[in-house]
Design a protein around this ligand. Structure first.
Ligand code: PRP
Ligand code: URA
Length: 209
């Protein structure tokens, strides 16, 4: 069974408080989502393989470790996942980025697909699916299935805030996927919004509504 890791570093907790605050405007919200994503990238990539190369310091020769060149792919779920891409790319500049467009039908809460563009070699890449919100889990389950149908076999999921229902849904549908979140909140409300959550992530990022 895949792991569920709650990244409760003080810096992440601090920034998440202001992301949640309804008085935080889009500009600051975007900056904070980027910063938290960058901090989370540190932990999500903890298991990257290393290899030794030989270098020379000003004092002597030595063998020292570098990342082994594993191919990575970031897959934001549009729209809100876009807010997490830049922070991740700051630390993983060589990663390729694929996009999956899904929106949640407001009546059924089921995901509706409207866009997909992925790197050709996703079967060779370690993929990290990005979405600030894991609510019912419908969008994440569909996005991960979509990637698997196209050959992906190493997938992690990274969210800022999850509901317990969403975590369970992903674990049930995709037990091989490791989940990384900054917080698991209390519950979903009758509109399938996360409580207390942060509201509508896409609207807050892009100033729509
Ligand atoms: C939000 C969010 C997730 C989804 C989570 O997107 O970014 O993709 O809802 O809900 P779920 O776990 O119940 O599927 P939304 O559908 O609002 O689309 P948007 O990003 O385009 O605003
Ligand atoms: N999508 C969001 O943007 N927020 C929620 O709380 C649930 C789904």
């Amino acid at each position: 069974m895949g792991s569920v890791t709650v990244l409760d570093h003080p810096l992440i907790k601090h920034k998440l408080t202001f992301i949640r605050d309804k008085n935080t405007g889009s500009k600051e919200f975007r900056e904070l989502v980027k910063e938290v994503s960058m901090l989370m990238a540190y932990e999500v990539t903890r298991d990257l393989a290393l290899e030794e190369i030989e270098i020379e310091t000003p004092v002597s020769k030595m063998k020292s470790e570098v990342i082994a060149g594993k191919k990575l792919g970031l897959v934001p779920i549009l729209r809100a996942g876009l807010g997490m891409v830049d922070g991740m790319l700051n630390l993983l500049p060589a990663a390729k980025v694929g996009h999956i467009g899904l929106y949640r039908d407001p009546e059924t809460f089921k995901p509706v697909e409207y866009y997909c563009k992925l790197p050709q070699d996703i079967d060779e890449r370690d993929l990290i699916v990005l979405d600030p919100m894991l609510a019912t889990g419908g969008s994440a389950v569909a996005a991960i299935q979509f990637l698997k149908d196209r050959g992906a076999n190493h997938i992690k999921l990274m969210n800022l805030i999850a509901a317990p229902e969403g975590v369970e849904a992903v674990r049930k549908a995709h037990p091989d996927v490791d989940i990384y979140v900054a917080s698991i909140d209390e519950k979903l409300n009758e509109h399938a919004y996360i409580v207390p959550g942060l509201g509508d992530a896409g609207d807050r990022l892009f100033g729509t509504k």
